[in-house]
Design a protein around this ligand. Structure first.
Ligand SMILES: Cc1cc2nc3c(=O)[nH]c(=O)nc-3n(C[C@H](O)[C@H](O)[C@H](O)COP(=O)(O)OP(=O)(O)OC[C@H]3O[C@@H](n4cnc5c(N)ncnc54)[C@H](O)[C@@H]3O)c2cc1C
Length: 559
């Protein structure tokens, strides 16, 4: 079996199949989780707004998966209190989730409080799971403004309910991948390997680093290349027109006033144009998104200046007296949702549900399966479904269920205060309690592997000494990531193995230092290390709106 595309859906399918003992390989043309899966709004959500399309199956599955992820990946998936401000004087009023009730589209006159209340009750009814998350709460103007005084005083009500958010989607996906690889030597993975064609010997692959090409023999090929699914099929000689993804962008703001104004909640609402948008606190920053625009998949996705204006406008709508400006943006990101082709339907209303397309491989005997759609939230259930189809094709029984199976550093995660204290006490001997705490937050219980590594070979000097340019990471920790997590480029480290870029923590001096740490582990000479810094600076500028000083300046500086 070959899985093409290592976003969360390909990776989760890989894990599921690996656990059944299937001989499976997964590849990605870029780094793991560098496609749509790194561009999400970080929500693990039941999708209250999918009620608008009457997508009850999807909402039910999403809510069940959300509740399950809170238990099986508690290190990265946390409950998220979500508040909808309801302004009856505005045209929006979160009418969207209620459209299925009224069978009307377009501008809502006054689908305010009552209908939202009904939607919340429906959502609660899907959420019944021994109280995984608390029920919704509906408050009037006064009480709402007491709790969130910076909200637009024109509001009439707020509705508050619980969903979940993932603090570090990239690391969660890497944990899922590691679990698949741990199943045995029959499960293999490689990043920077692109599927470029098909011949009688198998799928033609190209190593994106060396340019080497070779054929890979597989009986079943699964195309989980997300928004690139049609492009991949075309490369395999199997033209398809399944996809119609839309671009969505986000900005990350360092704005303590806005952070405080959210009161630690996600603020979720309908903007003037009818789009459902969000403002929410994450990792000490504020995430604002998102848009829904047509996109050409042969081009990279970028967050444009017009989208930034749109985001600032929506902040003004909800928190009118909190000032935001471009100097506070520490990171921008954009990605394309792998949605099914939608022809005339407005992007916001396209189904977020998934389906699996099957056809013969063509050039050789075998089957090509293509995944169309699939959110982050439902990755486990989707993988179970997709690998179920594959097991049926192979005539193999399912031997392991992934229902309720803990993921990576979520295994034996200390969820109560008492368990937490026990874990810290047991792991802080050599690194101290604050550092053990920091690593537990960052890696879940896999932190004990990190601690073992950073304290194993002290060499000269302090074993777990912090980087000069980043007090929260040690040199040995970076070496651990480089040695164990398939880091190929410096960008992999700053964007996906750590959240340094997302939080706006990068500087040229830090990039230089990181490249210096990676070099001996990855066999880079000085020229390659300098090139990696240069490529990272260019990519951050081009795709993430991050301007670091020119490379020459920092390299020349004593820092
Ligand atoms: C703006 C935005 C906001 C979102 N918000 C949420 C949210 O809050 N919650 C939620 O649940 N979902 C959200 N989603 C949806 C979710 O992120 C995606 O549906 C999901 O990540 C798709 O994962 P995937 O594995 O199918 O695709 P991808 O993550 O795109 O993975 C496909 C991979 O295939 C690789 N690839 C492509 N072509 C080839 C080839 N020829 N050879 C080898 N590899 C190839 C790519 O490099 C890529 O890594 C959001 C999506 C976007 C864009």
């Amino acid at each position: 079996m070959l899985i093409i595309g290592a976003g969360i859906n390909g990776i989760a399918t890989f894990r599921d199949l690996a656990m059944q003992g299937v001989d499976v390989a997964i590849i990605d043309k870029g780094d793991y989780v560098s496609g749509a899966s790194s561009a999400s709004s970080h929500m693990i959500h039941g999708g209250v707004r999918y009620l608008e399309n009457g997508e009850f199956r999807l909402v039910k599955e999403s809510v069940e998966e959300r509740n399950s992820l809170l238990k099986i990946a508690p290190h990265y998936v946390k409950p998220l209190k979500t508040t909808i401000p309801i302004y009856s004087t505005f045209s929006g009023v979160l009418s969207a989730p209620m459209r299925f009730l009224t069978h009307r589209q377009g501008a809502a006159q006054e689908r305010g409080a009552l209908l939202i209340k009904i939607g919340m009750m429906l959502y609660d009814s899907f959420s019944r799971d021994g109280g995984a998350v608390p029920r919704h709460e509906f408050l009037g103007r006064k009480a709402s403004l007491r709790l969130l005084p910076r909200l637009n005083p024109g509001l009439k009500y707020t509705a508050t309910y619980y969903d979940a958010s993932m603090h570090d989607p990239e690391r969660l996906a890497l944990d899922v991948l590691a679990d698949g690889l741990a199943a045995g030597a029959h499960a293999r993975s490689a990043n920077y390997i692109e599927a470029i064609g098909m011949d009688a010997a198998g799928v033609r692959l190209r190593n994106a680093v060396t340019g080497a090409e070779f054929s890979f023999e597989a009986d079943i090929v699964v195309n989980t290349s997300g928004p690139w699914t049609d492009l991949t099929n075309t490369a395999l000689g199997q033209t398809s027109t399944y996809m119609g993804g839309t671009k969505g962008s986000h900005i990350v703001l360092d704005n303590p006033e806005l952070l405080a104004a959210t009161g630690g909640r996600e603020i979720f609402f309908e903007h003037k144009d009818g789009r459902i948008v969000l403002i929410f606190p994450l990792a000490g920053r504020v995430l604002i998104g998102t848009t829904d625009l047509e996109h050409d998949m042969t081009q990279p996705a970028r967050c444009t200046e017009a989208e930034v204006d749109y985001f600032f406008d929506l902040v003004k709508h909800v928190f009118p007296d909190v000032a935001v400006d471009r100097s506070q943006i520490v990171f921008r990101f954009a990605g394309v949702r792998p949605l099914p082709r939608h022809d005339d339907e407005a992007p916001g209303f396209v189904s977020r549900d998934y389906r699996i397309e099957s056809r013969p491989l063509g050039a050789r005997p075998g089957t090509l399966l293509s995944l169309v759609g699939g959110k982050w939230t439902t990755f486990r259930a989707l993988a179970e479904h997709l690998s179920g189809n594959i097991l049926a094709l192979l005539g193999l029984p399912r031997t392991v269920s992934t229902v309720g199976l803990a993921i990576g550093g979520g295994r034996n995660f200390p969820s109560t205060d008492a368990a937490h204290r026990v874990w810290i006490a047991a792991n802080s001997d050599e690194v101290g309690a604050p550092r053990a705490e920091q690593l537990l937050t960052r890696y879940g219980t896999r932190a004990s592997e990190v601690i073992e590594f950073v304290t194993a070979d002290p060499g000269a000097g302090e074993p777990d000494a912090a980087l000069d340019q980043h007090a929260a990471y040690s040199r040995r920790e970076i070496e651990f990531l480089a040695a164990t997590e398939s880091v190929v480029h410096l960008t992999d480290l700053v964007l996906r193995r750590t959240s340094m870029a997302f939080r706006g923590e990068l500087s040229l001096a830090l990039l230089d230092e990181l490249a210096g740490v990676l070099a001996p582990v990855l066999g880079w000479d000085a020229a390659r290390a300098a090139l990696e810094v240069e490529l990272t600076v260019a990519l951050l500028r081009d795709l993430h709106g991050v301007e670091l000083e020119s490379v020459g300046t920092a390299s020349a500086s004593p820092a």
